[in-house]
Design a protein around this ligand. Structure first.
Ligand SMILES: Cc1ncc(COP(=O)(O)O)c(C=O)c1O
Length: 414
């Protein structure tokens, strides 16, 4: 069909993967048994490629709340909050999020993607400037495209480049809105937020948005994310995040102290023109937030597991990201190698992800893993053993462990 001819080269590659029976972009789980185990075509697999950082998807209290709310209020709201009304749960969750972050206002979106679309497209108007880290998630770029602001990118995680860009814009009218992430989803590196906050403080009419999608529930004494961990929450004007990772559900949010915040509800199209989250999802998220907050042990376990996997893979000789984090990616020499490795691991019973450009920084082909607090040490060790066997078999690491034991190879994310 000619409409699709523009996709022909991609379609050919996709067909090749399908024909080889190993398409990482089209995996079906026949059953999910727990946060760490699933079945694919009668084969048990260990899950090392979810964003279920705290393992809350099967938490009995979270499930009970979802069931109770669904029985009481039904399966869906069937419309947007502006046109069809809010349920008490939506408002309760917004209050809970604002309270958790010690902020005045909270706003819930139907996905984290929509939170970024909504917030970034409305905060910065046509005479304003959005200043984005170059490695920003697609939802941040798409938010910029939906709005009318001038868009400037700065070098990933570079406070110097951010300062240069702001300096050049100093005499240009309009507000400046800087957008960075807490933990970057491809290499697991964190933003130098203290330095970014210091740069922001030097410029008038400049605001800081932090997307804590991968750092909520992961970083900070209370799990509020990188801003809490770095001690710069006061410098952050808007926190955006998602319920789909550490909270194990779906949805997104923004919290802030900004005066007049609620006007966003009637100017933000990805909030106004889409159905609000179902009562069961809202109730599950409220409970997951409570669990996350009241069980700091989950965060400690996650950190232990992340270090175990990161150090284990680095010691085998794989090139890993610049710092330990629940996202542990290994750099592959090519997309083909990534596909082969992914397929070999799946065959052995380990589910991971393949990440390719343009979603990845520096044009890297990555085999991306992510750990959960729900993984046992034995599961992580088993995963590392599978990496070792498959990596040696495919010649990605040497049998002795490419590097000396413990001497890790890191890629610089800056
Ligand atoms: C940094 C970042 N922001 C936003 C999102 C979107 O969140 P969601 O998948 O919940 O829509 C993601 C998803 O991976 C992300 O990595």
């Amino acid at each position: 069909m000619s409409l699709f001819s523009k996709f022909a080269p991609l379609a050919a590659q996709y067909r090749q993967l399908e024909e080889a029976g190993a398409n990482p972009f089209n995996v079906s789980f026949d059953a999910v048994l727990s946060p760490t185990e699933a079945m694919i075509k009668d084969q048990p697999v260990l899950l090392l490629g979810t964003n279920n950082y705290l393992g809350l998807t099967y938490d009995p209290a979270v499930i009970a709340k979802a069931v109770e709310a669904t029985e009481l209020y039904g399966t869906g709201t069937t419309g947007s909050r502006i046109a069809n009304g809010s349920y008490d749960g939506h408002k309760q969750l917004e209050r809970a999020l604002a309270g958790f972050y010690n902020r005045k206002h909270g706003m819930v979106f139907s996905t984290g993607y929509q939170a970024n679309l909504g917030i970034l497209s409305t905060l910065a108007g046509k005479d304003d400037h959005l200043i984005l880290d170059a490695d920003s998630h697609a939802s941040i770029y798409d938010g910029a495209r939906l709005g009318h602001a001038q868009v400037t990118r700065f070098r990933h995680n570079s406070p110097e480049d951010l300062a240069n860009r702001l300096r050049r814009l100093e005499d240009t009218p309009g507000d400046k809105v800087i957008v960075v992430e807490g933990i970057y989803s491809m290499l697991g590196d964190t933003a130098p937020l203290r330095e970014f906050a210091a740069v922001k403080r030097e410029y008038a009419n400049t605001y800081l948005v932090v997307d804590e999608a991968h750092s909520l529930g992961v970083l900070g004494e209370n799990g509020r994310g990188l801003a809490e961990a770095a001690g710069v929450e006061e410098d952050v004007d808007f926190v955006v995040g998602t319920f789909s990772k550490s909270l194990g559900g779906v949805g997104g949010f923004c919290v802030s102290d900004a005066e007049g915040f609620d006007i966003l509800r009637v100017v933000t199209r990805p909030y106004m023109f889409t159905a609000s989250l179902p009562p069961g999802v809202i109730a599950a998220t409220l409970e997951a937030l409570h669990q996350m907050h009241s069980r700091p042990g989950l965060r400690r376990q996650l950190s232990e597991n992340a270090n175990r996997l990161y150090n284990g893979l680095a010691a085998l000789g794989f090139t890993v990201g610049p710092e330990p984090s629940p996202v542990v990616s290994t750099v592959m020499p090519s997309p083909e190698a990534a596909f082969a490795f992914w397929s070999r691991l799946l065959h052995a019973g380990l589910y991971t992800n393949v990440s390719l450009p343009p979603a990845t920084p520096k044009g890297l082909a990555l085999l991306r893993s992510s750990v959960s607090a729900a993984h046992t040490s034995a599961q992580i060790d088993h995963a590392i053993a599978m990496f070792a066997e498959a990596g040696q078999e495919l010649g990605l690491i040497s049998p002795a462990g490419g590097q000396k034991q413990g001497e890790a190879v890191f890629i610089s994310a800056r």
